[in-house]
Design a protein around this ligand. Sequence first.
Ligand code: NAP
Length: 311
Amino acid sequence: MINILYAGVRTKWDEYGPSLRASFDRIGLEYNLVLDTDKPSEIDYIVYAPNGDLTDFTPFTNAKLVQNLWAGVEVPSANKTLTQPLARMVETGLTAGMADYVMGHVLRHHLDTDTLAAVQPGDWMEGHVPPLAMHRMVGILGLGELGMYCAHKLADFGFQTCGWSRTLKHDDRVACFSGADGLGAVLERSDILVLLLPNTADTTGIICAENIAKMRDGVAIINPGRGPLINDNDLLDALDSGKVSGATLDVFHIEPLPADHRYWTHPKVLVTPHIASETRKDTACDTVAENICRGENGEQFLHLVNKAAGY
Ligand code: NAP
C-alpha cells in the first residue's frame, strides 16, 4: 500500500480526489490517497500544485516523487526544500489546448482579422488578401512537448515551420535550430513567432531590443510561454515603431496584469488572462497514475525536471 498526498489547491480536492482515484484504480494501484497527513515521512508520492498550500518539502523524507500538476515548474524549481525528484505535467488535454490557442492566434495574425474587424463602415479593403499559409513561416522558440506539437499542427495546416531548442532536434517537417546562431536563424526567418520556452536564467528577457532587431519587419509575436521572456519596454517600442505588427500575450511579469499596464490599451496587443492552456483533470490524473506506477515498478519517471537547467 502506497501513501499519496494530494497537495494541489484545496478547493479542487472534491474534483481531483475522485479523478485521481479513478485513474489509480484503472491502473491497478493499491494506495491510500489523503489530503492531509500528520506522518509526512510515510508519504510516498506528492501530487502538487504551485498555488496549493505546501511550501516545505523537508518532512517528506521518503517521498519518491513530487508530481507537479502544472507544465511550468518555476515555483517548485526555486524551492530549496524540494530535494525529491520533481516531474512536470505533460498530458494530452494540456497539449491539445495549447495547440488550439496557438493555431487560433497564428491564424488571427496570418489573416489579419484584427484589421478587418476594426474597419469603418464603407471602408472596403479591396486587395487586403493574406498570403497563403504555405508562404508564411511560423517560428517557435521552445520545441518541447508543447512547442513541437504546435509546430506539427501548424505544419499540418500548411504553414512553414521552424523552431529553436537548447538541444538540437531533428524533424521532417520543422526546421530545427539550437544555439545562439540558431536563435538568430529562427528570428530572421519568422513571420509569426510563438514563445513556448520556460522562464529560466537563460531565457529571461530573450525578447529584447537586440533580438527584436534581428526579426523580420512586421513580425507578430504570440507569447503563451512565460511573461519574463519579454522585455516589455522593448516590445512596446517595437510595436510603436511598427517593427512588430502585433502581439498576443497570455503571460506577464506580474499576473494578473495590472490595470494600468500599457498592454491593456495598446491597439496592437491582445491580452489573454493566462488561459492559453490548462491542465485537464481527467487526462492529468492518468499521467499522475502512470508515473506512480512507473515508480512502483522501478522504472524511470517520465517528465523529470532538470533542476540545474531550471525546467
Ligand atoms: P518543455 O517540454 O520543457 O519544453 C521546453 C522547451 O524549451 C524545450 O524544447 C527546451 O529545449 C527549450 N529550452 C529551454 N531552455 C532553453 C534555452 N536556454 N535555449 C533554447 N531552448 C530552451 O516544456 P513544455 O511542456 O513544452 O512547456 C513550455 C512552457 O509553456 C512551460 O514552461 C510553461 O512556461 C508554458 N506553459 C504555459 C501555459 C499557459 O497557459 N500559458 C500552459 C502550459 C505551459 P530542449 O528540448 O533542448 O530541452
